[in-house]
Ligand binder design. Structure first.
Ligand code: BF8
Ligand code: SF4
Length: 665
């Protein structure tokens, strides 16, 4: 067991809870990660389980890689090559990630339709302006029609996107024209969301698509169906129903739990139940019931992306990111952990069994043995939320003595939707991305980076995120974040305007002028669609080229673990964004497949993948990309800027916090 908790997590609140768990002999994901190392063959994508004759293992030979590979000696029983096997595994992971985002979107679309029909008690159309914009994209008539009439048509059209068989997804119209033409030329224009997922599963079945370039083409098509389809639909419809986020102040970390209150954590991804829980938690009858039970009130906190959803729109505080779910229960102060779908660890119920915490599943697609199931239903959402809260309140008297809530909590500002970025820069009456573009053109902001994705128990929790983000802002790169990555930065204090002090002088001056943090929280993982929209708006504002691939921009998921993160990385690459992943790379079992993703994609899509586990080197890759794009755009002509490599960095005196002041002359 690693006794140095600082190597396990960079977050002190998590460290305290981990120490408590170890003292009490409670097993967590951090302990399991030490006991069980990843399978060396699986980690490189070289294990095929596509049929009953396998699993066939074709690991990289220790030596003579090229020779062996070129002779095609590494084959499964059916003759499938290492290339086919790794590409199939990669494509399947992306299909699963796209399916998760998109099935979330389907549920939201169903709730949206019920709302439009007046059958979803508790939900309304909150953002009519956004509804009308969406209606235009779907070709829905808006003049002289009520919001609910429009919403019914939009909901129906949205539902069609899942089962569409031909043509292209409707929201692709939002992408720059050049990008759409490129997708068409490359044969990756997504047709229907479900069709692309199903076709990927079919093609990766035993004995179907056995050309790795073809498999990786379909992997692109399904990912684009996620980014510009499922995820974008989820974000847009959620905004219309629950409100488009605007800047909002809140707090994050385990310290948001309250010793004197009933603590209910809502964890997962889909926001419908969480929204009504936030309303129900203010119900005077329920608060009175909590007081009867000896508490001073009801405290709702979020975890994972459900947390991001209700943070962005309601300011509900966040208890923690992915690797903190077990640790929250270990405080002993959580009456109920209410979960919907995705990223919910089965280990939760074991740990809850050591305390009084009730794990409550709410979705028929995600049941967990040992949990209580109270099923959520859009038509009786408030009723279900009240029932869940009553169970939690009733559990308060069972809280054990000696509950221990770490004091850590950090302020953050969230709510930077694509629309907010627009207003912030230009004001309500001349909303525009032009000021951002001008700051990039002048060099005050070198470029923009999307740093997204998960936590991963194979690396020091939060540490890679925070180091990378500090490097980027230190070099005047504006950072846009979502998911658990955003939470890592928020806990480190990077999402308040004062964090501008850590930025390079150019970015700092822009942040100070606008009163914004240098690291902006754009929401949950489906909200990576907001990054696509922001990138498109930058292209359309002018001065930075004619496609997303021209922008001085880069993406990263430094601590990824979920298949959804791979889907995001893939649609970033396919949208023209250079994207770096950390931890491990899932196709190292084939040099050809990896090269195709790292170099071949660049030629095909103007965006590609890279792998780097060291955060400083990761930042260097991203900065090099940003500077190369600036040069291609003809920015900074004659400024004589030098991009330092690792050796040059080491030779620098007084280079602290990753800020190279000599680069800003
Ligand atoms: O959808 S970042 S660990 S919570 S998968 Fe999961 Fe990864 Fe967190 Fe959000 Ni996204
Ligand atoms: Fe082995 Fe081929 Fe079956 Fe895969 S599909 S398990 S390589 S026989």
């Amino acid at each position: 067991m690693n006794d140095d908790i600082n190597e396990v997590t960079a977050d002190s609140a998590s460290g305290e809870m981990l120490a408590r768990a170890r003292t009490a002999g409670i097993d967590t994901i951090f302990d399991r990660a030490e006991r069980m190392k990843p399978c060396p063959i699986g980690v490189e994508g070289s294990c095929c389980r596509m049929c009953g004759m396998g699993p066939c293992r074709v690991p990289l030979p220790k030596s003579a890689l090229e020779t062996t590979e070129e002779k095609g000696q590494r084959r499964g029983l059916c003759g499938a090559t290492a290339e086919t096997i790794t590409a199939r595994n990669f494509a399947r992971m992306i299909a699963a990630g796209s399916a998760a985002h998109s099935d979330h979107a389907r549920k939201v679309t169903e709730a949206f339709l019920l709302t439009a029909e007046g059958k979803a008690a508790g939900f309304t159309i909150k953002d009519e302006t956004k509804l009308r914009t969406l209606a235009l994209d779907f070709g829905v008539e808006t003049s002289n029609r009520s919001a609910t009439e429009i919403a019914q048509d939009v909901g129906q059209k949205a539902l069609i996107e899942f089962g569409r068989q031909k043509g292209e997804l409707s929201l692709l119209v939002r992408a720059p024209q050049k990008r759409r033409e490129l997708w068409c030329t490359q044969g990756v224009t997504p047709r229907g969301i479900d069709r692309e997922v199903v076709e990927t599963l079919h093609r990766t079945h035993m004995g179907v698509d056995q050309d790795y370039e073809s498999l990786l083409r379909q992997a692109m098509r399904v990912a684009l169906a996620d980014g510009w389809g499922g995820s974008m639909l989820a974000t847009e419809l959620q905004d219309v129903m629950f409100g488009t986020p605007a800047p909002i102040l809140s707090e994050i970390n385990l310290g948001v739990l309250r010793a004197d209150m009933v603590n209910v954590i809502i964890h997962g991804h889909e926001p419908q139940l969480a929204e009504v829980m936030a309303t129900a938690a203010q119900d005077p009858t329920l608060i009175a019931y909590a007081k009867e039970q000896g508490a001073s009130g009801l405290n709702l906190a979020g975890m994972c992306c459900t947390a991001n959803e209700i943070l962005m729109r309601r300011g509900v505080p966040i208890a923690g990111n992915f690797l903190q779910q077990e640790l929250a229960v270990i405080t002993g102060a959580v009456e109920a952990m209410v979960v919907d779908v995705q990223c919910i660890m089965q280990g939760l119920t074991d740990i809850a069994g050591c305390f009084h915490t009730k794990v409550i599943t709410t979705d028929p697609r995600a049941r967990i043995q040992g949990a209580i199931h109270i099923e959520y239903d859009d038509t009786r959402a408030l009723e279900v939320a009240q029932e869940i809260l009553r169970v939690a309140i009733g559990n308060y008297p069972n809280r054990p003595a000696g509950a221990l809530i770490p004091p850590e909590k950090t302020a953050l500002i969230a709510g930077f939707s694509h629309e907010t970025l627009n207003y912030l820069q230009g004001g309500m009456f001349r909303a525009s991305y032009q000021p951002l573009n001008e700051n990039i053109i002048s060099g005050r902001i070198r470029g923009v980076a999307g740093v997204v994705g998960c936590n991963n128990a194979r690396v020091t929790h939060d540490s890679i995120h925070v180091q990378l983000v500090k490097e980027l802002i230190g070099h005047d790169v504006l950072v846009l974040q979502t998911g658990c990555a955003a939470m890592a930065s928020a806990k480190a204090g990077l999402m308040v305007p004062e964090a501008a002090a850590l930025a390079g002088p150019g970015l700092r001056s822009v942040c100070e002028a606008l009163g914004i943090p240098p690291v902006l929280h754009l929401g949950s993982c489906v909200d990576n669609a907001r990054i696509l929209m922001a990138a498109t708006a930058m292209v359309k504002s002018g001065g930075l080229g004619s496609d997303i691939s021209d922008l001085p921009a880069a993406g990263a998921a430094p601590e990824w673990m979920s298949e959804k993160a791979l889907a995001i990385g893939q649609y970033f690459a396919g949208s023209g964004i250079f994207t770096v992943f950390g931890v491990s790379w899932p196709t190292t079992g084939s040099r050809l497949v990896t090269e195709h993703l790292f170099k071949g994609y660049e030629k095909l899509y103007g965006g590609s993948w890279a792998f780097e586990s060291n955060p400083v080197k990761m930042a260097e890759l991203m900065l090099a990309r940003i500077e190369a794009k600036r040069q291609a755009l003809g920015l900074d002509q004659g400024s004589g800027r030098v991009l330092y490599d690792m050796d040059m960095r080491r030779g620098l005196d007084g280079c602290c916090g990753g800020r190279r002041k000599d680069m800003h002359v």
